[in-house]
Design a protein around this ligand. Structure first.
Ligand SMILES: O=C(O)CCC(=O)C(=O)O
Length: 275
C-alpha cells in the first residue's frame, strides 16, 4: 500500500518515468525554505553557480530538512522502496527573464551509477510553469537506451558541461511539469528532460534531491551519501550525518571547500549532470 501516491500514480512512474504533481510542503514550509535559499543566494552574490549550490544538505540545516522531509521521503519510498539514500542535492534557480536553460539530457548518462533504482524529487520552491521555464520531460523515454550526448559548454546551459542528447525532441513529445510552490515531481534517472529560459517576471526555483537505493553503487570510486530512511545492507557509500550546527558563514566556507575538492575530482572523471 503506497504512502503518498495512489496505485495509479506508482504505475504512472513505472510507465512514464515521471509522476506529478505531488503535494509536499505547507505554505509556511515553502516560506521557510525559500527564504533560506534567497538568503544564501544573496550571501553568494545574487547569482551563485551550480557548484556553489551543490550538496547544500550537508552544510545547511534548512537544506537537510528539505531533502529529508518526511513527506518527500514518503513519496520516494512509494517508487524506490523503504531503504533510501540521498546521493546528491542540486538547486536550479532561474531569475526573471533569465536566459538560463537546461538542454535535453538523461541523468543516467553522466552519473556513473550501477543501477536505475535512482529517482529525483524536484521540489518547487516557487510555482514552476511553462512561462517561467519549468521542467519538461519526454514521458516514457526512460525505457529507451541511453542516447549519445555531446558536451556543448553552452554559456547559458545550467548543466556543468552543457550536456545534450544528440536527438531532436519534437515539441509535441514534451510534457510540461507544471507545479505549484510546495509540490514536487519524481523523475526516473534515464528520462529525457530539460527546460527553457524564464520568460516570466517572477523567479523559478527547483530543489532537486537525487535518491538511490542501497544496492546502487558509484562506478570506480567510493562516494558519500546520507541514509535518509530504512537500512543500508550494502555499504557502497560512506554514510554522512546531518549537517553540524554553526554559523551560515561556517557552512558557506565548508561547502565551498568541499565543492572545490569535488570539482578537482570531476575534472579527472566525467561529471554528474546538474552538478
Ligand atoms: O530544473 C530544471 O529545469 C531541470 C532539472 C534537471 O535537469 C534535473 O533535476 O535533473
Amino acid at each position: 500500500m503506497p504512502r503518498v501516491l495512489s496505485e495509479a500514480q506508482v504505475e504512472r512512474y513505472r510507465e512514464d518515468g515521471i509522476v506529478f504533481p505531488i503535494p509536499a510542503l505547507s505554505p509556511a514550509e515553502v516560506a521557510r525554505f525559500r527564504d533560506a535559499f534567497y538568503d544564501l543566494e544573496a550571501r553568494l552574490g545574487g547569482k551563485p553557480s551550480a557548484r556553489q549550490l551543490s550538496q547544500t544538505h550537508l552544510y545547511f540545516r534548512w537544506a537537510y530538512d528539505l531533502a529529508a522531509h518526511p513527506r518527500v521521503l514518503d513519496a520516494v519510498e512509494d517508487v524506490l522502496g523503504p531503504d533510501i539514500l540521498i546521493w546528491t542535492v542540486s538547486i536550479f534557480p532561474k531569475h526573471p527573464h533569465d536566459p538560463a536553460y537546461i538542454s535535453w539530457h538523461q541523468d543516467g548518462t553522466y552519473w556513473g551509477l550501477t543501477s536505475t533504482q535512482v529517482a529525483t524529487a524536484w521540489i518547487a520552491l516557487t510555482d514552476s510553469t511553462v512561462e517561467n521555464g519549468g521542467m519538461r520531460v519526454v514521458a516514457g523515454s526512460h525505457k529507451r537506451p541511453i542516447l549519445p550526448h555531446k558536451e556543448t559548454w553552452a554559456k547559458d546551459n545550467l548543466l556543468s558541461r552543457g550536456q545534450e542528447i544528440q536527438v531532436d525532441v519534437r515539441d509535441e513529445d514534451a510534457t510540461d511539469v507544471v507545479l505549484r510552490a510546495g509540490e514536487l515531481s519524481l523523475h526516473h534517472v534515464n528520462i529525457i528532460h530539460g527546460s527553457n529560459p524564464n520568460r516570466a517576471d517572477g523567479r523559478r526555483v527547483g530543489f532537486a534531491v537525487r535518491f538511490v537505493t542501497p544496492e546502487v553503487a558509484q562506478v570506480g570510486e567510493r562516494v558519500t551519501a546520507v541514509l535518509a530512511r530504512g537500512r543500508d545492507g550494502y555499504h557502497h557509500f560512506d554514510l554522512l550525518q546531518e549537517p553540524p550546527g554553526g554559523t551560515v558563514e561556517d557552512a558557506i566556507a565548508a561547502q565551498a571547500a568541499a565543492a572545490r575538492r569535488l570539482h578537482e575530482a570531476l575534472t579527472r572523471t566525467p561529471p554528474a549532470a546538474g552538478m
